[in-house]
Design a protein around this ligand. Structure first.
Ligand SMILES: [Zn+2]
Length: 308
């Protein structure tokens, strides 16, 4: 059954890229609303301020996920909230925000998850639908690839590769079981960055609000932040957190296996568009349709524009 939250909650904090203060409130919504953002404090009409969390609204962005409606109203850095909503099983919610960027909080989804747990979920007595991958496809872009295949579950097998002693090649296979497992294994994993890239990003007008309170910072020797990592393989698990958020822009919870090598927001956005552009790639199914489906096991291959 579809779910929403029992009652609203609010969160506030500095934004990563602009360094502004952003206030947001998450409200319960009726069945089949999906996840919808509403920008408050603008002079536009109500309709013009609504931005559906849907792949059709994704705009090109390298360091975060940004959605823009047909009136040009946008909201960015939505991926950590989207991950919390997907991972905790919130199908319907309206998010009001007074800024064009969401707060970065501690660089993870933890504060959202705690709030969702505190207010609880309620069933809306309307069948829940899933986007289900219906045939195997391999997407490649430069030296990155994503191998997608059908499954009755959501499984993300992610590999990152960085020229840094603490990371090198890090891989984690996350088979989604329930919201508790998402909370314990993934939701508190923080975003990370490299000290040597900070000046260049700031010059571009990015990460003005970035600090050791909202990201793991790495220099050549190791971790600049005080304290331990929160999880073993926190780096790759944060990439899985981002992916769970970004893939929710399909508009529904997702069933399929995603094997990702050196991914990122851009690659995820490209594969979402590519999957949805062909009806033989996916189905919209309800829970009772899973169980004894027969799958095609021959991979289709698809090269994406090598423009990362
Ligand atoms: Zn992230």
């Amino acid at each position: 059954m579809q779910k929403t939250i029992n009652k609203s909650f609010s969160v506030a904090g500095i934004t990563l890229h602009s360094g502004a203060i952003s206030n947001l409130s998450v409200y319960p919504a009726t069945a089949n609303t999906g996840i919808v953002f509403r920008r408050v404090g603008l002079k536009n009409s109500n309709e013009e301020t609504l931005i559906e969390a849907n792949f059709k609204n994704i705009r090109v962005s390298d360091l975060c996920t940004k959605i823009t409606n047909k009136y040009g109203i946008s909201v960015s850095t939505i991926e950590h909230l989207m991950s919390a909503l997907h991972g905790m099983g919130v199908d319907n919610a309206i998010i009001e925000v007074d800024c064009d960027e969401l707060p970065i909080l501690d660089g993870s989804s933890l504060e959202y998850v705690h709030n969702i747990e505190a207010v609880g979920l309620k069933s809306l007595n309307v069948e829940k639908k899933y986007i289900s991958i219906s045939r195997p496809i391999v997407f490649s872009m430069n030296d990155s690839f994503v191998r997608v295949s059908p499954s009755d579950n959501l499984e993300i097998d992610y590999t990152i590769s960085y020229d840094h002693n603490l990371i090198k090649e890090q891989r984690f296979n996350f088979k989604f079981k329930d919201s508790n497992q998402f909370k314990n294994l993934i939701s508190n994993c923080r975003t990370f960055g490299f000290k040597e890239e900070v000046a260049a990003l700031r010059k571009k007008g990015l990460i003005a609000g970035g600090s050791l309170d909202n990201a793991i910072l790495l220099d050549k020797e190791g971790i600049v932040n005080n304290g331990e990592l929160r999880q073993e393989s926190e780096f790759v698990k944060h990439k899985i957190l981002d992916f769970i958020g970004d893939i929710y822009l399909l508009g529904y919870s997702v069933k399929g296996v995603f094997e990702i090598y050196k991914g990122g927001h851009r690659l995820t956005h490209e594969i979402i568009n590519s999957i949805m552009s062909d009806y033989s790639n996916w189905n919209l199914l309800s829970e009772e349709d899973f169980g004894d489906r027969k799958y095609n096991t021959t991979y289709q291959t698809k090269s994406l524009a090598a423009s990362l």
